[in-house]
Design a protein around this ligand. Sequence first.
Ligand code: ZN
Length: 281
Amino acid sequence: MRSLSKPTFTNLEVLNLCLTATPDVGLHTRLLAISNNLDIATTAYDVNATAKTLNLVPRVDTVGHVTKPELTSLYSDHMSKTNGVARHIYDSIRSLAPYKKCPLCGVGTVATLDHHLPKSKYPDLAIFPCNLVPACHFCNDTKKARYPRLPGQQTLHPYYDAPLFSARWMKATLDQGPPLVIIYEASPPATWPAIDQERVRRHFIICGIGVTFSSNANDELAAHKDMLVKLHRQGGAVAVRGHLLEQVEKYSSRTNSWQLSMFEALANDTWFIDVGFNSIA
Ligand SMILES: [Zn+2]
């Protein structure tokens, strides 16, 4: 999971490109007539996203005389379509994620753009670049048409929630089994504002992070078993802990990664470094 810089494209830039590819004179005229309405909607989005109040953004069915299907078609016909007139903007936003890692889960590969507020409920934001976030298929599918009714229901927004991405809230714990497995939970500090605590917990659940992280962690742990057994034979618990602390150091900059939380939990567990590593499947 990570924050990203906002796209620099404006809604008007995208709309103007869409207009160049709209030969239907009637639709062209109706779209031009709502240009100001869309500008107001996108400004309100920016204000609310900054204030962490995207739950206040109104859901709409039509804008002026332009229908929801016509608005959402701007995205599907001109942005996401391979030969769409604004496809280069779609590609540019998708490339904002370093190494093509999904910013929402930090594990999947970016494959698409996710409408942070879904276009089925907010068609006036269908082509707004700041509402389009690089995402893996899983995160995109699991969010679907979900939208926040309350402040605490807002999932994390990579363009607006940098502090919540950089603060530590991921926690791993050991289930001794056998077999030993790593379990994850969103565990924000109790000193955080209640809404921020709710938001990271919501994000954790909506993006299926517990299952994804556990799957990756338990697979990685299995690959470490032979080395841990060997280290323990050579240098006891001290050697095992030393290796685990090296891993903690390696992942120290990846704040809420499954790796950092897992290796910290293992290094600090006396049962694990004494004998528990033998319980890895
Ligand atoms: Zn993802």
